[in-house]
Design a binder for this molecule. Structure first.
Ligand SMILES: Nc1ncnc2c1ncn2[C@@H]1O[C@H](COP(=O)(O)OP(=O)(O)OP(=O)(O)O)[C@@H](O)[C@H]1O
Ligand SMILES: [Mg+2]
Length: 334
């Protein structure tokens, strides 16, 4: 059982790299929190601070109200999947997975059973006798995950555990992780830069940029009410469309998702005249790219569309679905 409280955590490397700035977050016991953000925004640094592998330059960290700042990693009962796998090169896959169990003096029988269980879950039973250097990147990643999940820890920290897998395996392991969290009833902190992973796995998402939290919320809150243009662009595929407009007498950015724009063949009130530039036909849906005097837009239509490249059409953002952001700061205007 462990809740985690992070209070005003900052990390500066070598007196100059501000990796994390003033990060505060309360993670409930058994919560699944996903930290997302672009490369270099401080995600791994934050996980390593929670794990006790990195010391914060400022701030406090608590596990269930116990201050952990100076408690060494091995006494925190956390289990971590590293972005770089960090497998022991001289041990075979079985021994890599069993390592933490042996350290905890589990019986031979328990070790056999647990390693078998987790290897079958991750589809690596046929690799148990191999050394890490005889594995592909995706196989190493699965072994690293098995090694972390086999242990009975209070907190699981996963740093981009699916990044090296093909899309099918990624999708199936994503569901496995969700189910595992459901059955294990443990606290998970998961790092990714994949917004679909964040949306499907998280109880709550933390969006980071340049070491700073930009928004914390449930997947739905973040999708429905992005706090600024950065979050709005990060969550959604295709990216939200942006255009300049006037709203309540101010110059603002308007943002509209591809599915919240209607296409009309004839001019209607407030419709924007446009020309079809390209159509991505994906079977179940079509993404229509158009060019207007306000810039380019992508519109999502169900199924097939009757348009061709070069057609003149009229597009109309659904007014209730428009998000407005301050032109200078990019912050959402409520
Ligand atoms: N040991 C270190 N010494 C100096 N700078 C570091 C060190 N580790 C990380 N950094 C810097 O701190 C910042 C945050 O790094 P971090 O690894 O936390 O990013 P990340 O969000 O995990 O990125 P990625 O998605 O690429 O893994 C980066 O600018 C990085 O270059
Ligand atoms: Mg990282």
């Amino acid at each position: 059982m462990a809740s985690i409280r992070l209070e005003n955590i900052s990390k500066v490397y070598d007196d100059e790299v501000h990796a994390v700035t003033d990060f505060s977050l309360h993670i409930s016991d058994r919560e699944f929190v996903v930290i997302v953000g672009p490369s270099g925004c401080g995600k791994s640094t934050m996980l390593r601070i929670i794990a006790g592998l990195e010391e914060a330059s400022k701030g406090d960290i608590f596990f269930s109200d116990k201050k952990m700042n100076s408690i060494p990693s091995r006494q925190r009962n956390v289990s971590m999947v590293f972005q770089s796998y960090a497998l022991f090169p001289h041990l075979n896959v079985f021994e890599n997975i069993a390592f933490g169990l042996r350290a905890r003096k589990e019986s031979k029988k328990t070790i056999q059973t647990k390693v078998k269980e987790v290897s079958s879950l991750l589809g690596i039973e046929h690799l148990l006798r191999r050394r890490p250097k005889q594995l592909s990147g995706g196989e190493k990643q699965r072994v690293a995950m098995a090694r972390a999940l086999v242990r009975d820890a209070d907190v699981y920290l996963l740093d981009e555990p699916l990044s090296n897998l093909d899309s099918q395996l990624r999708a199936s392991l994503r569901s496995e992780i969700a189910m595992l969290h459901h059955t294990a009833q443990k606290t998970f902190v998961y790092v990714t830069h994949d917004y679909t992973e964040a949306m499907t796995l998280a109880d709550r998402i933390v969006v980071m940029k340049d070491g700073v939290i930009n928004q914390v919320g449930t997947p739905q809150e973040i999708f429905d009410c992005p706090a600024n243009t950065f979050v709005a662009k990060f969550f959604g595929s295709p990216q939200m469309n942006f255009y300049e407009c006037r709203h309540n007498d101010a110059d603002v950015w308007a943002g509209i998702r591809a599915e919240d724009i209607l296409i009309e063949e004839r001019s209607v009130d407030d419709a924007i005249e446009s020309e079809v530039l390209m159509i991505e036909r994906l079977g179940h849906e079509s993404l229509v790219h158009v060019c207007t005097e306000k810039g380019q837009f992508i519109i999502r239509e169900k199924g097939k569309v009757p348009y061709e490249v070069g057609d003149r059409v009229y597009i109309k953002p659904i007014s209730q679905a428009i998000h407005y952001f301050d032109r200078e700061s990019g912050i959402r205007i409520s």
